[in-house]
Design a protein around this ligand. Sequence first.
Ligand SMILES: Cc1cc2nc3c(=O)[nH]c(=O)nc-3n(C[C@H](O)[C@H](O)[C@H](O)COP(=O)(O)O)c2cc1C
Length: 363
Amino acid sequence: MSLYTHVVRPVLFRMDAERVHVRTIALAQKLGASALGRRLLRRLYACDLPQLRSEVAGLRFANPVGVAAGFDKNGRAIQALAAMGFGAVEIGSVSAHRSDGNPRPRLFRLPDDEAIVVNYGVPNDGSQAVAGRVARTPISAPLGVNLVETNTGQAQHLDGVVAEMVEAARPFVGVADYLALNLNCPNTTGGASPFDDRAVLRDLMERYAAVPDLPPVFLKPTAHAEPARIEQTLEVIEPFDLVRGFIFNLPSGKSYPLRTPAPVVDAMPGTLCGPPVRQRLDAAVQAWYGRMDVDRYRIVGSGGIVSAADAYRKIRLGASLVQVYTGLVYRGPGLLRQICRGLVRLLERDGLKHIDTAVGAGL
Ligand SMILES: Cc1cc2nc3c(=O)[nH]c(=O)nc-3n(C[C@H](O)[C@H](O)[C@H](O)COP(=O)(O)O)c2cc1C
């Protein structure tokens, strides 16, 4: 039991979940803006372990553990998150136009499952505003920007969705180190998946390829392990060098074995995140790693990582990098150091000298 789980979390969990999120970001923004705050965060949470440094998509990562999209939607806390030692900071999802997201309440905790149900619907300040903000506060860790179509509450015309995704990207050229394209956001347009259509995905790739100086792109499709669907995506993106890898989105819904009683879960609209999704996301990492060109693409694994063992499993299944979100809510900011130190111990246990040698090594 840490100070966080023992003392801080019980207090936070008495407050509305979204309110805690907003206040956490505000506090992080304040701390990150001051040199003293950053020094404090570095001292409390960061660790520097040479065995964990790696290069992915031409970018240098001090360790493989990044913050997943959705935590710092508007790029307010990037200085604090970088000072805490995260290997990468992915902000967003950001859309071309600002959006208020879905009606509240839209964020729920399931403490018995260490899980969260999220139905935010990607509220954000819009790509111009967010790009301007992060451009003013450069950080040393790679900055990822997760892009999505604007949530209007209704399914949009496909051509409009593609145009919006490109429009959202433009302000981040020269600002973001990589882009993550949220292809199947479960919280917008009723979870529609326009990019499952190969023609729409090809159109998106063609229009991205025409943007000058675009940073490396990761696709974030819904996690699945279906060989035919994986092959279809790989085939469509094959001619496009801009795609450097994959992150997996959560499948829409809450159909997992849970400890929380069904009527409680049923009353929460949205998508489940945290340990119950781990197995499904692990299966996606394994399936994609087994089919993709591993010299060309890399996987960023997320979903239910709350320990070094969880991160290490994803890495051995094929992830070069990992991301955490729900684990931070339940285990606190000390999770990063715990995972990094634990990863080094696991590498040593297995006689491996560097994290790169564990990627795709199998279980
Ligand atoms: C509150 C919340 C908001 C999220 N918002 C986004 C988002 O805006 N865009 C996105 O691509 N993923 C979003 N995600 C998904 C995370 O990026 C991550 O893929 C997912 O939560 C799985 O990791 P976890 O089990 O460690 O939480 C969100 C997750 C949570 C919990």
